[in-house]
Design a protein around this ligand. Structure first.
Ligand code: NDP
Ligand code: MG
Ligand code: MG
Length: 340
């Protein structure tokens, strides 16, 4: 089994005499900045004037412009949206980065796919929490944490891994477990997970199930409950006890249906297409398409997004959720998504 680092195994003195600049104060940024601060580290947030700036000031953290924050920092954690990182890095971070400092990321995409090319005189590492930023914050406040991956791409000081571990501990990752990975592994598995299983695979599965029922004449409301709403219960059981734990809680009829019909829906041909998806990630084809899409202001992304929101499952879901006030309109509105 891979080595897992826990809170008490990690020494964090190495980060105690360092200034950490957290660039961005969105989903991940606010969680990192506040958790590190409350873990006793010296944190400054780097931002432009705007919504996040005001929020950070309100939360009582030190805020500076990006160049000013980077200038005095020993560790610079870039928590801007991945699409904007290359430009902000070139214009505001790189010119102000101290020699011997560490450049850090929460996702390996830009370094792995050559969109950010760090200078040779700095450490480069990642600390990637395996969960949304708002959960990184909430679990920390509860005395728990979200598991994190660390990875070192460049180690000029000889202490990059130690600093990465201390950082992961500082945001609460040590309470859930910290695993070592590489930029390549983190990037490719993260993209694959969100495309094939967590987001892409799941939304397509849910829509196909919903459409199958409604096209057969069943009521859309019933189909919504069956194919979307109930998922949460099942996922919670899987989260707690794996597939076995979930299967223990469902009826034997449901379990038998799982055994005989599941593999008919997701079969070898699905797996073969998953392998194609993985190949596109590994070869950089996916990354190239997404980078180019952003350069032309996202025409396809915008069109698909508009079309998806008109799907019948979304319309019926909006109506039904209005009648279920206990279903919180939570982070989805704050762009706090599971993946990234
Ligand atoms: P968000 O979109 O939530 O954060 C955006 C932040 O960046 C805002 O504070 C925004 O400030 C600021 N920002 C955007 N553009 C600029 C700019 N030009 N100059 C200064 N500040 C700017 O990002 P995420 O937290 O989702 O993602 C950050 C990183 O974390 C990414 O690398 C992502 O892959 C990774 N990650 C994210 C996860 C998640 O849960 N979301 C999970 C694991 C990793 P303003 O208000 O001024 O726009
Ligand atoms: Mg992910
Ligand atoms: Mg991702």
């Amino acid at each position: 089994m891979a080595h897992v680092y826990y809170h008490n195994d990690i020494k964090d003195e190495v980060l105690k005499n360092k200034k950490v600049a957290v660039i961005g104060y969105g989903s991940q940024g606010h969680a990192h900045a506040l958790n590190l601060k409350e873990s006793g580290h010296d944190v400054v947030v780097g931002l432009r004037k705007g919504k996040s700036w005001d929020k950070a000031v309100e939360d009582g953290v030190e805020v500076k412009t990006v160049p000013e924050a980077v200038e005095g920092a020993d560790v610079v954690m870039i928590l801007l949206p991945d699409e904007y990182q290359p430009k902000v890095y070139e214009e505001q971070i790189k010119p102000n980065l101290k020699s011997g400092a560490a450049l850090a990321f929460a996702h390996g995409f830009n370094v792995h796919f050559n969109q950010v090319v760090p200078p040779s005189d700095v450490d480069v590492f990642l600390v990637a929490p395996k969960g949304p930023g708002h959960l990184v914050r909430r679990t920390f406040e509860e005395g728990a944490g979200v598991p994190a991956l660390i990875g070192v791409e460049q180690d000029v000081t000889g202490e990059a891994k130690e600093v990465a571990l201390a950082y992961a501990k500082g945001i609460g990752g040590g309470r859930a477990g910290v695993l070592e990975t590489s930029f390549q592994e983190e990037t490719e598995t993260d993209l694959f997970g969100e495309q094939a299983v967590l987001c892409g695979g799941l939304t397509s599965l849910v829509k196909a199930g919903f459409e199958t029922l409604t096209e057969a004449g069943y009521q859309p409301e019933v189909a919504y409950f069956e194919c979307l709403h109930e998922l949460k219960l099942i996922v919670d059981l899987m989260y707690e006890g794996g597939l076995e734990g979930m299967r223990y809680s469902i009826s034997d009829t449901a379990q038998w249906g799982d055994f005989v019909s599941g593999p008919r829906v997701v079969d070898e041909t699905t797996k073969a297409r998953m392998k194609e998806v993985l190949t596109d990630i590994q070869t950089g084809k996916f990354a190239k398409g997404w980078i180019l899409e952003n350069q032309v202001n996202r025409p396809e992304f915008t069109a698909i997004n508009a079309k998806e929101s008109q799907h019948q499952i979304e319309k019926v879901g909006r109506e039904l959720r209005e009648l279920m006030p206990f279903v919180k309109k939570s982070q989805s509105k704050e762009k706090d998504v599971v993946t990234h």
